[in-house]
Every structure is written in C-alpha cells, then in structure tokens.
Design a protein around this ligand. Structure first.
Ligand code: PGA
Length: 246
C-alpha cells in the first residue's frame, strides 16, 4: 500500500514562490512511489493545477467553510475548492481551532461539506500538552473523533484520512516516541471501531504529524499502523521535502 506524504504550507510563500519551489521539487521526485499531497493557500491553486496536472501529485486546501454558500465574506466553500482542481482539504488543524475558535461541531459540519462535493478530508486530531501530562489523551481523541465524525455513513470513511498531530509537537521540535504513537494509533482505531466497525477501523489511513523533518521522518514512517506523514515546516524546503517523499 502506497504511503502518504502531505505537505502543509500553512501561510507561507506567494504563488510565484510556490512555482519556483516546484521548479526545484518536481525534478527530484520523478521516481517517487508515495502519494504526495500539497495542502496550500487557495491563492496557490491555479499554480498547483497547471503544474501538477501532469504528475501524480495531488493538492488540497488547508481549510474550508462550514457553510455551503452565501454572505460569509472571506470564506471559501468546499465546492469552490473542488472546482479549482483540489482533491483534499485539511479539517480541524489545531492552528485553525486555536486562531479561528473552530469547535468540534463546526469541524463536523466542514467534513460533511467536503464529502458532499467529493473532496477527501484529512482530519487533524491531537491532544494538548496538559491532556498528555494528565493521561487524558485517549479521552480527548475520543471526544474529537466522536463529534467530528458524527452522522457519517460508514462508507464515507474511505474518503477520510486521520492525521494524528499532538498539539504540543506541532512546530516545537518535540515528538512523541515511537511506542507512544503506536499505542495512540491503536486507541484511534479502537474509537473508530466503536463508532463504526472493526473493518473500517482496520482500513482507515492514519498519518502522524508534528515536527517531522528530514532527519527524523524514517522512524515515524515505519511505525506499524501509520500510513504516512503530515509535514509542516520541513515541507517548505523542496530538497528536504523531496527526500522525505522519496
Ligand atoms: P510541523 O507542522 O511539521 O511544522 O510541526 C505540522 C502541521 O502543522 O501539520
């Protein structure tokens, strides 16, 4: 099964800079056997569409509106994202939750909007430092998954990838150890099995994200039950990101 490597650009680079980035990145990953996905600002979609169409690389948004359309100045709908040629959207990234006060109910609504237009969802979940210190990681992830996936049909899970990103590991240079990730991934599957079926729990793709870089990615990519990586800061360097993807 092909692994996923998702690059989350966050609010970095201009579209022109992204095009130059691709000049460096694309020749380096000609033989790449992973599913590479760029999660980009919407301003970059036209560049992604024209430059990635002839490749196996997909792109997606970093967020979408929970509303379908209407008087929501500044928002971008799932249908708009899809129409630009995107195949994916991140939903529930901890930065969006923190800065834009996204609730779990809103995240659930966003997932429903994305699936309605055939956008695949990369759903980010993770515990805070405090939750981890007080051994509440599993409870926290259960609450996040229960609410975010509420009302979904089991067959819709095939269009959902879960990105396990401990909040304290994002952009901090800190990571959990391999054993902890393995056990959390098992917990995530147990929660999915409770809400849906064991079969779906076994099949769902789970990524790890948080302070992945060129030097540490290999140990995370090898973890049993992990289908790939979500990379933030380190994806901005085309050479490093190409090495991780390869
Ligand atoms: P990071 O970000 O790799 O810079 O820690 C990951 C993310 O925010 O998805």
């Amino acid at each position: 099964m092909k692994k996923f490597v998702v690059g989350n650009f966050k609010m970095n680079t201009t579209p022109t800079e992204f095009s130059s980035y691709l000049d460096e990145f694309l020749p380096r990953i000609k033989e790449c056997k992973t599913n590479v996905i760029f999660c980009l600002p919407a301003t970059h979609f036209h560049v992604a569409k024209s430059r990635l169409d002839a490749t196996n690389i997909k792109f997606g948004a970093q967020n979408i509106s929970c509303e379908e359309s209407g008087a929501y100045t500044g928002e971008i709908s799932s249908a708009m994202v899809k129409d630009c040629g995107a195949n994916y959207t991140l939903v529930g990234h901890s930065e969006a939750r923190r800065h834009f006060k996204e609730t779990l109910e809103v995240i659930n609504q966003k997932i429903i909007r994305a699936l309605a237009v055939n956008l695949k969802v990369i759903l980010c979940i993770g515990e805070t430092k405090y939750e981890r210190a007080t051994k509440k990681t599993k409870i926290s992830l259960k609450r996040q998954l229960d609410t975010a996936l509420k009302g979904l049909y089991e067959n819709e899970l095939k269009n959902i990838i879960i990105a396990y990103e401990p909040i304290w590991a994002i952009g901090t240079g800190k990571t959990p150890n391999v054993k902890d990730i393995e056990s959390t991934v098992n917990d995530i599957r147990a929660i999915i099995a409770d809400n849906f079926t064991q079969r779906s729990a076994d099949k769902i793709n789970i990524l790890y994200g948080g302070s992945i870089n060129e030097n540490n990615f290999a140990q995370f990519a090898k973890i049993k039950g992990i289908s790939g990586l979500l990379v933030g800061g380190a994806c901005l360097n085309p050479k490093s990101f190409a090495n991780i993807c390869k």
